[in-house]
Design a protein around this ligand. Structure first.
Ligand code: OFO
Length: 166
């Protein structure tokens, strides 16, 4: 495997792990703050990101590359509001999309169509996750500081999320 692509895939393993830990910290904050629906949502997101990471680890190994499991910085664990929580979600997804685009760019430069093909799954996944994060943040912007709106958002989030990924 081309060493630049191998390096980028290892970076991607780290970013997926970072997203998984960030969403776990967000789930825990929501759990401790009484937002049980939001907590469930982020516990699930955290699991998903972990699967994305493992999928990459297995792929790099299958291709005979050298997997590097990196150290992670501590995730952000305290949030002012649900809005801040979901802003963090959106910016994390935007960051991951940008990194995936870098991998895709490098695959095309190096004519590595195998990795390019593998990465298409991540491209589709990012499209869905960014759209979901934007939808949820838009809803919270409409709700503003209204407590009963936040209560309904927390109650309905997993239904909203399921509909958005259909
Ligand atoms: Fe890994 O799917 Fe988003 O970040």
């Amino acid at each position: 495997m081309n060493t630049v692509i191998e390096g980028l895939l290892n970076d991607q393993i780290k970013y997926e792990a970072k997203a998984s830990m960030q969403y776990l910290a967000m789930a825990s904050w929501a759990d401790a703050s009484g937002y049980n629906g939001v907590a469930t949502f982020f516990y699930n997101q955290s699991e998903e990101e972990r699967l994305h990471m493992t999928k990459l680890v297995k792929f790099v190994n299958e291709r005979g590359g050298q997997v590097i499991i990196s150290e992670l910085e501590k995730p952000k664990a305290v949030f002012e509001s649900l809005n801040e929580l979901f802003e963090t979600f959106l910016s994390s997804e935007i960051f991951v999309t940008e990194q995936i685009n870098k991998v895709i760019f490098e695959c095309l430069q190096n004519k590595d169509y195998n990795v390019h093909n593998f990465m298409q799954w991540y491209v589709t996944e990012q499209l869905e996750e960014e759209a979901l994060a934007r939808t949820l943040l838009d809803k919270l912007t409409i709700i503003g500081g209204d407590k009963s709106g936040q209560y309904l958002f927390d109650r309905d989030i997993n239904t909203i999320a399921a509909k958005n990924t259909l």
